[in-house]
Design a binder for this molecule. Structure first.
Ligand code: FES
Length: 182
């Protein structure tokens, strides 16, 4: 049955009237004036689901941090030799467990920093940019201070978890994690 409601009439792409359209197009209209309303509904659904995913992601990260804090300090672990990491370069390692990628960066002759590599927004890996003094998250253009791990720009609000370092006899060790609850 053909409806007379103008809002519910199909708008054929070739501009011909409804009665001139082939039967298949009458049965399966491609475009309706009401498409705008459907799109708005889809957009709202998308926004709700995206927000929900964001909230769940934040809770997962927070839960992992609390869980790990309650497990106590992780054991000391050798990461690399000092002479393996030239100034301005970095190395990925796993700490405090095999599932957690972290990144070691040498800032100058005697300064090393290390952070867990998961962005505190939605856990994408951050990339060090020693030339600008930043860690960059390419997922949503998040920026962290390379010297402190504090968020500087973009969606992240919490600092990166900092891996405590010890340098002894030419070796660099990870010796605990400072959690990012700020
Ligand atoms: S995951 Fe969104 S800015 Fe890093």
């Amino acid at each position: 049955m053909i409806t007379q409601d103008p809002d519910r009439l199909t708008v054929p792409p070739d501009g011909r009237s409804h009665s001139e359209q082939p039967r298949w197009r009458q049965d399966f209209p491609i475009e309706w004036a009401q498409d705008n309303y459907v799109s708005r509904r889809d957009f709202t659904r998308f926004m709700v689901l995206t927000s929900l995913a964001f909230v769940v992601g934040q809770f997962v990260i927070l839960f992992q941090s609390i869980l790990r804090r309650n497990q106590g300090e992780p054991p000391r672990q050798e990461i690399a030799s000092v002479n393996e990491i030239p100034v301005g370069s970095s190395q990925v390692f796993h700490y405090p467990n095999e599932r957690t990628p972290s990144i070691l960066v040498r800032l100058d002759e005697s300064t090393f920093v290390a952070y867990e590599q998961q962005c505190t927004h939605l856990a994408c890996p951050v990339i060090p940019q020693p030339e600008t003094g930043h860690l960059h998250c390419p997922c949503h253009e998040g920026v962290f201070d390379l010297h402190t791990g504090q968020p500087l720009a973009g969606p992240p609000r919490r600092p990166l978890a900092r891996v405590k370092l010890e340098v002894q006899a030419g070796k660099i060790y990870a010796a605990g994690v400072e959690e990012a609850f700020a």
